[in-house]
Design a protein around this ligand. Structure first.
Ligand code: HEM
Ligand code: HEM
Length: 371
């Protein structure tokens, strides 16, 4: 399955390090500004040194995991719509952030190792972190290290601002949300926090359900369906805040019954299934609809590496005559195919294929325990 998110360990390390580095920049600048009482400064520096060593060790681990993930092809490809300069800028920016994350603690370590005070670096008052050998008392090394540490601090701040700015630019201007690449699906987070405790897991019965799509081609309606997909459902109509739906759709399983359409759909300009074989949906919020047994779901749909917010309404009713607790959910939504770059090169003006594509859902699901 094509990955759309960094491996879990890299995601955890990204945010743990982000948090620690913001703390390091804050504490470093607080000391550097010389505004605090001397005793406070001394305490902050001891804290700063210990956490700085922690950053160094975690960055080492992150680089090893990153190399492993690269070798295993587990790094998600950037959206195809990125321009070549954007790909290059993202790549260079990330290399710069890695370099800053390595050289910040290294120059800090060199600074304290060559400091005229020769104070030990204690890791939370217990273990003494050794000094770098051969530099003790060398004032010129201390000065170079101190200067570099300070300059690197400002470079890291600038890189961080560019990094967050780039994520915001893609979100607001290009309507591309990159955050799910470094975050977990709502379901995973909910399971982690146990907040689906009052919802029941349901399993969708693929053979009795259908996930379809329709639009028009040259003015005539076409219809298709996906034969292969999976869902993860936590459902309780009385506890919608704890109910979640996520789905993975195998795009190679799209069938319209028309050989020309079926041959075109997997190609690079349409679903591009070689690079992005799956679409994924994750709900973020489910609320009650206006009529009885109707609901509205909001969430994100990832298609061709692009993540877009989507919303749809659906009804849920018990299946008559079934003893296995089966529910039937019927719903649908309209997607703008160009928001996902589908057919963007072949038919950008929608002269042939309609821009709105309707997705229809008719899902039969049973409580997972009854399986
Ligand atoms: C000191 C703080 C941070 C550092 C050092 C940092 C560093 C990095 C690095 C090195 C990567 C590339 C990961 C890789 O390819 O291995 C990355 C990815 C990413 N970061 Fe951060 N980051 C920081 C804070 C943030 C913040 C605050 C945000 C929120 C806006 C953010 C959002 C992202 C996103 C969305 C990606 C994935 C981008 C992509 O796949 O191209 N980061 N970060
Ligand atoms: C990611 C890791 C780190 C970051 C982001 C960071 C950041 C900073 C910044 C911004 C300053 C203020 C510079 C100035 O304005 O003068 C500073 C000062 C300092 N840092 Fe770090 N630092 C890191 C790691 C370390 C490590 C590992 C050590 C030592 C083991 C260290 C030791 C110091 C010391 C002693 C100062 C005070 C320098 C002075 O003004 O006398 N830092 N740090």
């Amino acid at each position: 399955m094509a990955t759309t998110r960094y491996p879990a360990l890299l995601v955890i390390l990204h945010w743990l390090l982000a948090l620690m580095i913001v703390g390091m920049l804050g504490s470093g600048l607080a000391v550097g500004s010389d505004l605090l009482p001397k005793m406070k400064q001394f305490q902050i520096i001891q804290w700063h040194k210990a956490f700085g060593v922690g950053v160094l060790l975690l960055v080492g681990l992150r680089i090893l995991v990153r190399l492993w993930a690269m070798a295993m092809h587990k790094i998600p490809a950037l959206p195809q719509t990125f321009k070549p300069w954007e790909l290059k800028a993202a790549h260079l920016g990330h290399i710069g952030l890695y370099a800053a994350m390595i050289f910040m603690p290294l120059t800090g370590w060199l600074m304290v190792s060559s400091s005229p005070y020769g104070l030990p670096t204690m890791l939370w008052g217990t273990v003494a972190w050794p000094h770098l050998p051969g530099v003790a008392g060398l004032t010129w090394v201390n000065e170079v290290a101190k200067e570099s540490h300070e300059l690197l601090g400002f470079a890291l701040l600038a890189l961080l601002a560019a990094h967050v700015g780039a994520v915001a630019k893609h979100y607001f201007q290009d309507k591309i949300n990159l955050l799910p690449r470094v975050w977990f699906g709502v379901l995973a987070v909910a399971l982690l926090l146990g907040s689906t405790a009052n919802a029941t897991p349901y399993t969708a019965l693929v053979a009795q359900s259908s996930v379809g799509f329709k639009g028009t081609h040259a003015g005539a309606e076409f219809k298709g369906k996906f034969d292969s997909w999976q869902t993860e459902i936590q459902w309780n109509p009385a506890e919608l805040a704890q109910s979640r739906i996520s789905a993975t759709i195998n795009l190679t399983s799209a069938r319209t019954g028309n050989p020309t359409y079926d041959a075109t759909l997997p190609t690079a300009d349409w679903f591009n299934t070689t690079k992005f074989p799956h679409a994924t949906f994750t709900s973020t919020k489910i609320t009650k609809g206006a009529k009885a047994n109707t609901y509205a779901a909001k969430g994100t749909l990832t298609l061709r590496g692009l993540v877009q917010p989507v919303a749809f309404t659906f009804s849920v009713v018990p299946m008559a005559g079934r003893t296995d607790g089966a529910l039937r959910a019927i719903g649908g939504m309209q997607l703008d195919r160009l928001a996902y770059g589908i057919g963007a090169a072949s038919d950008p003006a929608a002269e042939w294929v309609s821009r709105p594509i309707t997705v229809t859902l008719d899902i039969v699901a049973t409580p997972a325990v009854a399986q």
